[in-house]
Design a protein. Structure first.
Ligand SMILES: Nc1ncnc2c1ncn2[C@@H]1O[C@H](COP(=O)(O)OP(=O)(O)OP(=O)(O)O)[C@@H](O)[C@H]1O
Length: 265
């Protein structure tokens, strides 16, 4: 098993740090001995063949599942045993592979709910729609503007195109994390199912969100998008971290190329 420690520039602290992370489920090892540090403000992409463990890794980082081994830190604070909603308070937010918008509500209401839930906290969020405040409305409006959805604010979310729904997921994420000073955003295959013509706009949005200071960890199969956005790329294969480096070195890495069985990266 390759044991790989990714080094950090001394001047930048890790926003997210994984040390010796492992996950066993149903008698099998899905992830083993993962050491990975994402710098504050970095955009790091995680790639790997189907079944490599990318989504499982996201689930461990967000607290949806609990790791069997290792330690997870957010901005230097140990969150390994914290439940998902407590990790959110440390600026951690996530989108999912499949669309998670509320289709019967308007675009604005989707973003407002996320903003109000963040303001009200875990218990207030049980019925956040009962009292959407002015602050939540303003936060949601800003998130819609950033994701170029303002013109669609009064539309039913279910009537958006697939690309529109993915933009709304980003807006929901931004609205929910707006008050957190150090955002760590996990994007799980943001381009999945997108029409080719929708990819450049979403890529530009992610670039802008990153440029505004957010730390981004992104799983993505679309290599053009990964190579265009990522500062570093981590490669997962059979639950192990094969390599983590700048894009130019990853695409030349013989071990990585072998893992993809000669498929072009
Ligand atoms: N709850 C679970 N119980 C048993 N096996 C699981 C569970 N969750 C994931 N696995 C297995 O772990 C492996 C990694 O799955 P995971 O979904 O993390 O891979 P992935 O890299 O995200 O794949 P894809 O690119 O297809 O989304 C797979 O073989 C999967 O079947």
């Amino acid at each position: 098993m390759v044991h790989l420690v990714t080094t950090l520039r001394p001047e930048t602290a890790a926003a997210l740090s994984l040390t010796g992370i492992g996950w066993r489920v149903g008698g099998r090892t899905v992830l083993e001995d993962i050491d990975l540090a994402v710098r504050d403000g970095e955009l790091l992409a995680v790639i790997g063949p189907n079944g490599a463990g990318k989504t499982s890794l996201f689930n461990l980082v967000t607290g949806l599942t609990r790791s069997s081994a290792g330690r997870i830190e957010l901005h230097g604070r140990d969150v390994t045993t914290l439940p998902a909603h407590r990790r959110v308070r440390h600026g951690l937010g996530r989108t999912f592979q499949t669309s998670s918008v509320l289709p019967g509500m308007t675009v604005a209401q989707n973003a407002e709910l996320a903003a109000q839930a963040a303001i009200s906290g875990p218990y207030g969020s049980l019925k956040p729609w009962s009292r959407i405040g002015a602050r939540a409305r303003a936060t949601a409006a800003e998130a819609l503007e950033r994701t170029r959805l303002s013109a669609d604010a009064t539309r039913r979310a279910g009537s958006l195109s697939h690309g529109g729904k993915r933009k709304l997921e980003l807006a929901i994420l931004l609205a929910g994390q707006a008050s957190r000073p150090q955002q760590i955003l996990l994007l799980d295959e943001p381009m999945a199912g997108m029409a080719v013509e929708e990819v450049p706009e979403l890529t530009a949005l992610i670039r802008e969100i990153h440029a505004s200071g957010a730390t981004i960890l992104m799983v993505e199969h679309h290599m053009e998008v990964v190579l265009g956005l990522a500062e570093r790329i981590a490669v997962l294969h059979h639950g192990a971290l094969l390599a983590c480096d700048v894009p130019s070195l990853i695409t030349e890495n013989p071990t990585v190329r072998e893992a993809y069985l000669g498929e072009p990266l």
